[in-house]
Write a new protein. Structure first.
Length: 151
């Protein structure tokens, strides 16, 4: 359920297998992708009749489904609107006050992240965060990488 650097044996085996199907003039290079680990911090206003804790839990679950590894490919941007929609379409949410992405790298709180640092807020353009070529975004530990507050 988490991205890792592929072992060299796997890359050699994959290259050997694909070599049988390539044209003579083609070359196959199996390369590692750089992983950008990120988290999200948000603040919401809940409806007066809603339980704040249960609405936050529902929002966190909705964010986790958007941030699932199955949703992302190499060179695919993070789309801010996907996360906004997941939050505001959660039952009990009246409004979204603030939402911000942040980069996680190295070791934090006993959790190990990719060593790659990337300024997500500086690279937000037209509602998308686009990483450098050959990168993939991953929310490694959703339970602690999603920080929500409710009023």
């Amino acid at each position: 359920g988490q991205l890792i650097i592929s072992p060299d044996a796997l890359k050699r085996n994959l290259s050997t297998y694909l070599n049988e199907f390539r044209l003579v003039s083609y070359a196959i290079d199996v390369l590692d992708s750089t992983v950008i680990n990120y988290g999200i911090e948000y603040s919401i206003v809940v409806t007066p009749d809603a339980n704040k804790a249960s609405v936050l839990a529902a929002c966190n679950s909705a964010i986790q489904s958007v941030a699932s590894i199955d949703q992302y490919q190499i060179d695919q941007p993070l789309i801010e609107a996907d996360f906004i929609n997941a939050i505001i379409n959660t039952n009990g949410v009246l409004s979204l006050q603030k939402m911000q992405f942040f980069n996680l790298s190295g070791t934090s709180g006993g959790r190990s992240y990719s060593s790659y640092s990337f300024d997500l807020t500086a690279n937000l353009f037209k509602g998308m965060i686009v990483g450098p070529s050959g990168t993939i975004f991953e929310m490694r530990f959703p339970g602690s990488d999603i920080v929500g507050r409710a009023e």
